[in-house]
Design a protein. Sequence first.
Length: 150
Amino acid sequence: MRLPQTGGCQCGKLRYEITQAPHMICTCHCTKCQRFTGSAFSIAMLVDAPAFHLTGEPRALLNTADSGRSVSRWVCPECASWICSAASTSPFRTVRAGTLDDTSWLRPTAHFWTRSKQPWVVLPNEQSHVCETQPDDLLAFFNSVRHLPV
Ligand SMILES: [Zn+2]
Ligand SMILES: [Zn+2]
């Protein structure tokens, strides 16, 4: 992947630049992501907050995640594209990977909430971390898998 990576919402009011490689790319098969996206799962990139540069004013929609944490979903006020999520205490931004201008390099290596995965979705078994729910301590989880080849 080349840096910076750029992306944005469907209408172009929100644009972003990512200046560091993401720590992890993961899919989320939780029932909320299925509803938010109207699809089978969402794809997220975990990016250090200071490496995520957003231009435009997102609307922050507060939501309680299945894990019980409060998470804001940042959406475009104009076209409602879901760009990013952020928990108030988190050092990361969870950027929705499908909003990148170039998605060709994405290879998710962790798969969360697979207990509600659609039965026809087949996960790659090489070097992936499959979690029925999601780790309680995401930061510890990222640190433990960070040094594995991706
Ligand atoms: Zn928009
Ligand atoms: Zn989810």
